[in-house]
Design a protein around this ligand. Structure first.
Ligand SMILES: Nc1nc2c(ncn2[C@@H]2O[C@H](COP(=O)(O)OP(=O)(O)OP(=O)(O)O)[C@@H](O)[C@H]2O)c(=O)[nH]1
Ligand SMILES: [Mg+2]
Length: 332
């Protein structure tokens, strides 16, 4: 399981100090105490969002400090409370205290939890007036807001699953579009366990791609590395089916398509129903253009979005990422 982690520092706002003041009125020689209370410091909350899917944003922003309360003022005016701060995290995030104690497990979107409480504002001298002390000079200081270091953990779920025959270039693709560095080699079944990569489509929008071991005829019965890994793409929103259109596969690309589709439906019909994109790979070493055209018209007939790429020359990679982002938004 691929786990995204982040460490952040949160600090709730300090309370504002109480104020010492006395009324000054024209004909009143000794006015009463009039220092107002300080405002409370802002709290820090965390809220889970269905829109976020990685902790990547915390790589650039690790400090979260809520506003302090305003100090009290004369004429019994109270300081304004500090604004609360809300930190958005992906649903699925677990939040731990420094001692590894679980503070909260955000299982669903729109959960809101207090993680650091703001300091209470101090009372001004007006609050200390009593029958025995008509002119108190006493005030309280605002209390400090809570501060802590939190560790966030998120089990990444893939948005997109890369599937296809062995050796068609799935791992090469994920290494080109993300920071994942899986083993790549010119033999089948190089990949034996799934790899996940985070694609930073824009600074705000990221998605997670899973590269799984290659499939083959009979995979649903356990041939090759079998269908064990198909469950890793069961919860994805989109499948990208890679087909090596070059002669180097030694197979017919159309037949490859049919074999994989059949394996998907034999494994689980719902998988075959999932949204898919057809990706023709290894364009740079393709000789007979008709092989590409055949796959393109197949995609047209099946009504499946289609992109041709070369992970080596990067041709078509941008279009593929645009299509991924577009289809994921449609699926959301
Ligand atoms: N010329 C060319 N070769 C590529 C391209 N993409 C991948 N390859 C080569 O194809 C071979 C297989 O690539 P991998 O990325 O390991 O393929 P895979 O689909 O992950 O294979 P398995 O893990 O075995 O299922 C490697 O030798 C790659 O260098 C491409 O766009 N052009
Ligand atoms: Mg691989």
């Amino acid at each position: 399981m691929f786990i995204d982690t982040a460490k952040i520092y949160v600090k709730a706002g300090n309370g504002g100090n109480g104020c010492v003041a006395f009324r000054r009125e024209k004909f009143v020689p000794r006015g009463g105490p009039s220092g107002g209370d300080g405002g409370n410091g802002g709290d820090v909350y965390m809220r889970s969002s269905a829109q976020l899917n990685t902790l990547l944003r915390f790589r650039f922003n690790q400090h979260f400090v809520a506003e302090r309360g305003q100090h009290g003022m004369g004429s019994e005016r109270h300081g304004r409370d500090g604004e609360d701060l809300i930190i958005e995290v992906p649903a699925g995030t677990e939040v731990f205290e420094e001692d590894r104690r679980l503070l909260h497990d955000f299982q669903h979107p729109d959960e809101r939890v207090l993680v650091a409480r703001g300091g209470k504002g101090g009372r001004g001298n007006a609050a200390f007036k009593s029958s025995v002390n008509q002119a108190p000079r006493r005030t309280e200081e605002g209390l400090p807001g809570e501060e802590k270091t939190l560790r966030l953990e998120l089990k990444l779920l893939a948005d997109i699953g890369l599937i296809g025959f062995p050796n068609v270039g799935k791992s090469t693709l994920i290494s080109v579009i993300s920071a994942a560095r899986p083993k790549i080699a010119d033999y089948p079944f190089t990949t034996l366990t799934p790899n996940l990569g985070v694609v930073e489509y824009t600074s705000e929008y990221h998605f997670v791609v899973a590269d799984i071991p290659g499939l083959m005829e009979g995979a649903h019965r356990g041939s090759g590395v079998g269908d064990r890994f198909l469950r890793h793409v069961e919860r994805t929103k989109l499948l990208a089916h890679l087909i090596d259109v070059s002669e180097s596969s030694g197979r017919d690309p159309l037949e490859d398509y049919r074999v994989i589709r059949r394996e998907l439906s034999l494994f689980k019909p719902e998988l075959a129903q999932k949204r898919q994109i057809l990706v023709a790979s290894k364009l740079d070493i393709l000789q007979d253009e008709n092989r590409l055209k055949a796959v393109e018209s197949l995609a047209l007939r099946e009504g499946v979005p289609f992109v041709a790429i070369s992970a080596v020359t990067q041709q078509g990679i941008r279009q593929l990422m645009d299509l991924f982002a577009l289809k994921l938004r449609e699926a959301a």
